[in-house]
Design a protein around this ligand. Structure first.
Ligand code: ADP
Length: 192
């Protein structure tokens, strides 16, 4: 199995790139943000639990997020591998992912972190807000809170995988195809 973590701050282009990567590498894309939005849209108990946190730009509690992620992985028993997008976002989530993959005799192959400066992120998310319909994309203070949460709670996940030399930073500025090319080069090295 090839299990990749697509990492980076909100608005760094993870969703766009993940969609292109799954086509090329035949992996299953799991986006916790998309899963939460789906649950919210259907007013499920899980969606209702997540809603208040997402609206503020806070993280949904690990207990909720980890359970949802594990279920999703279990629903793809024949996957050749996964691209995790928006997960893990905390150290406990990383621990849960590592354990789950170890139980399947596999592991994280690499973490690819898209690097985009803060001001560019704010501009991109505001622009996306015009069409995404996402409340958390339409308020600058919420966008800045998401960036702070990323720095405080999520960036330690980069260091966690750096300990086993699995983390690498990819320049997230350029055209979609340029960035895709950089990611593919990194992945080809990993699986080559
Ligand atoms: P972005 O990366 O653009 O902020 P996402 O769609 O990945 O957007 O996530 C949107 C929101 O969903 C986050 O701000 C958070 O509230 C919630 N969320 C997504 N993934 C996680 C996670 N792994 N742990 C906790 N909350 C999450």
């Amino acid at each position: 199995m090839i299990n990749l973590i697509l990492f980076g701050p909100p608005g760094s282009g993870k969703g766009t790139q993940a969609a292109k990567l799954v086509e090329k590498y035949n992996l299953v894309h799991i986006s916790t943000g998309d899963l939460f939005r789906y649950e919210m849209g259907n007013n499920t108990p899980l969606g209702l639990q997540a809603k208040a946190y997402m609206a503020k730009g806070e993280l949904v509690p690990d207990s909720v997020t980890i359970g949802m992620l594990l279920n999703k992985v279990e629903s793809h028993p024949d996957a050749a591998g996964f691209i995790f997008d928006g997960f893990p976002r905390t150290i406990p989530q990383a621990g849960a992912l590592d354990e789950m993959l170890a139980a399947k005799n596999t592991q994280v192959a690499g973490l690819l972190a898209l690097h985009v400066p803060d001001e560019e992120i704010v501009q991109r998310i505001k622009l996306r807000g015009n069409t995404s319909g996402r409340a958390d994309d339409n308020d600058e203070s919420i966008i800045r809170n998401r960036i702070n949460v990323y720095k405080n709670e999520t960036s330690p996940v980069y260091d966690h995988y750096a300990k086993s030399n699995k983390s690498q930073t990819i320049n997230g500025i350029g055209t979609i195809d340029e960035i895709f090319g950089r990611l593919c080069d990194a992945i080809d090295q990993l699986i080559g």
